[in-house]
Design a protein around this ligand. Structure first.
Ligand SMILES: C[S@@+](CC[C@H](N)C(=O)[O-])C[C@H]1O[C@@H](n2cnc3c(N)ncnc32)[C@H](O)[C@@H]1O
Length: 280
């Protein structure tokens, strides 16, 4: 084997051992995340930490929990915003809400909810469509630190201008400032938007089905998984949805080449909204 090839092969092996160590020590399973994504994130942490190689990182990940928590944040990517892709929320109002209105009670699951912005965006929408009190919302993520932030619903005031524009583009009905109170450099999401939401830890790779959902949001999460893991998680969503339930993915994700392609009908192509087929 050429020297360069052998270096790449050794590096690949060290990375695999690092992911194995993380799984065995902490139970977080990144072994089936997309290789390109994982390499980029690990390289970033290697440079930031001034480490020589991944073997050094294995040691730090095992013995230094603070270092591991940083690594976890790197690997999980928590980027999010309120009313992200406003046109997506317009489609929810137009294509999904009218169906949900026919139910006396609905269950909504946000899988990979990050710091909660997506959850509160949907809570606002449910409130504006008169459905909030008929909904039970589950918001899950595997990262405990980010989940704590989601529960608090506190966001930097600097982000509010962008959130307000998104809200208006998403067809917002009132002034966005009705939904938060300002507190120095932060805003706090109003309690009324939080009362129907249950936040809990759930790992899409290792945990099971969440029962009888009417809508599942899993936006900008599957993009980090390899094809096999995407299939596994999409199957989990299929089993968690009631017949006719809706699945909402991120703008760069779709079910086209996956094993569930025949189990869902397309509701909105650009917005990546699908509906579980009712079997005869
Ligand atoms: C890029 S954020 C997306 C947040 C939000 N859904 C959105 O679209 O704005 C991805 C989230 O998925 C979570 N995540 C990644 N892998 C996960 C897993 N195996 N189980 C549960 N959550 C996971 C991360 O912690 C992160 O908060």
């Amino acid at each position: 084997m050429m020297a360069r090839e052998s270096t790449i092969e050794n590096e690949r092996l060290e990375m695999a051992l690092l992911l194995e160590a993380i799984y065995q020590k902490y139970g977080y399973d990144f072994r089936s995340y997309s290789k390109a994504h994982t390499r980029r994130r690990l390289e970033h942490r290697l440079n930031m930490a001034g480490m020589e190689n991944y073997s050094e990182m294995i040691h730090a990940a095992i013995y230094d929990e603070d270092f591991f928590n940083e690594l976890l944040l790197d690997l999980s990517i928590n980027v999010t915003e309120m009313f992200r892709d406003p046109w997506f929320y317009r489609a929810i109002r137009k294509e999904v809400i009218p169906h949900l209105m026919t139910y006396p009670f609905i269950k909504v699951w946000h899988a990979g909810c990050s710091a909660g912005q997506e959850v509160y965006s949907m809570s606002i929408l449910l409130a504006e469509e008169g459905m909030k009190d008929r909904a039970q919302v589950y918001a899950t993520d595997f990262n405990e630190l980010i989940l704590q932030k989601a529960k608090q619903g506190i966001y930097p005031i600097d982000a509010i201008r962008e959130y307000t524009t998104n809200y208006q583009k998403a067809g917002g009905k009132v002034s966005f400032s009705d939904y938060y109170t300002a507190d120095y450099d932060n805003v706090v999401i109003k309690q009324s938007l939080r009362e129907r939401v249950l936040f809990s830890s759930h790992n899409l790779v290792t945990d099971g089905v969440f029962g009888e959902m009417n809508v599942i949001f899993c936006r900008n999460v599957l993009i980090y998984f390899d094809r096999e893991l995407q299939n596994k998680v999409l199957r989990l969503f299929y089993e968690s949805l009631c017949p006719g339930g809706f699945l909402c993915l991120g703008s760069k994700e779709n079910i086209k080449f996956t094993e569930v392609v025949d189990d869902f009908e397309l509701v909105a192509a650009k917005e990546r909204i699908y509906r579980k087929k009712r079997r005869p």
